[in-house]
Design a protein around this ligand. Structure first.
Ligand code: 13P
Length: 246
């Protein structure tokens, strides 16, 4: 059985005040039935951790691949681990686009996370043009292959895969549960060809305009093991409602 994973990616949103408000109104005194992970901007991790319970985990939105050294602005995997995080996001499409991160660099980031005993969530997904041209799975499989080629297939269970079609991010346009379910099934099949046990155990979550209204339909898909939530995770009540949809 794969345990659900519900993650809040705050991206570059928030403030200390927002962290306090969120934590105060987020009911977290019981096991929420899923791995619940918060990804505020790195500078707010400490504050968030101080206000959340043992049922809530935290992570960073990115990492630098170097172990340490003269890399201004970068944060090493070991540092993320050091401050009590268990997770890290790698290869979000906003970083692939804005910072020009290649599949090869994202694979290195995945490897760095694993080496530091962090659990990486790798984001994959296609643009609308790529989907319209029938190339959605080719794009996603190339992104995953880069990781499998560098790290091997079995490490995938230590992290998770987030399928985030670019056209569904922040647009209010969600993939239909069937579209998402199909892509998740294809991803699982790609892994199964290499290692059936890994395919069965690896969590594949969906991201892209997930909200309290559509979350239940997504989670009803057998292949969807949770969600990576952007906008709707900024307020405790809507993020909690998404968890409740489980
Ligand atoms: P939205 O939920 O705002 O569409 O963002 C999705 C996302 O990119 C999560 O990483």
């Amino acid at each position: 059985m794969r345990r659900y994973l519900i993650a809040a990616n705050w991206k570059m949103h928030g403030s200390l005040e927002m962290v306090h408000k969120f934590a105060e109104s987020f009911d977290q005194d019981v096991d929420l039935g899923a791995d619940v992970v918060l990804f505020p901007p790195a500078v707010y991790l400490n504050a968030m951790q101080g206000l959340t319970s043992k049922f809530v985990q935290s992570g960073a939105q990115d990492l630098g691949v170097a172990l340490q050294g003269a890399h201004t602005g970068e944060i090493a995997a070991s540092m993320i681990k050091d401050v009590g995080c268990s997770w890290v996001i790698v290869g979000h499409s906003e970083r692939r686009n804005d910072q020009g991160e290649s599949d090869a660099l994202v694979a290195q980031k995945f490897a760095s996370a694993i080496a530091a005993d962090l659990r990486p969530i790798v984001c994959v997904g296609e643009t609308l043009a790529q989907r319209d041209a029938g190339g959605a799975f080719a794009v996603v499989s190339k992104q995953l292959r880069a990781i499998i080629d560098l790290c091997g297939v079995s490490v995938l269970v230590k992290g998770a895969i987030a399928y985030e079609p670019l056209w569904a991010i922040g647009t209010g346009l969600t993939a239909t549960p069937e579209q998402a379910g199909q892509m998740h099934a294809s991803i699982r099949e790609l892994i199964a060809v290499l290692d059936k046990d890994t395919a069965k155990a690896t969590r594949i979550i969906y991201g892209g305009s997930v909200n309290p209204e559509n979350a239940g339909l997504m989670f009803a898909q057998e292949e969807i093991d949770g969600a990576l939530v952007g906008g709707a995770s900024l307020q405790a009540h809507s993020f909690a409602a998404i968890i409740a949809a489980l």
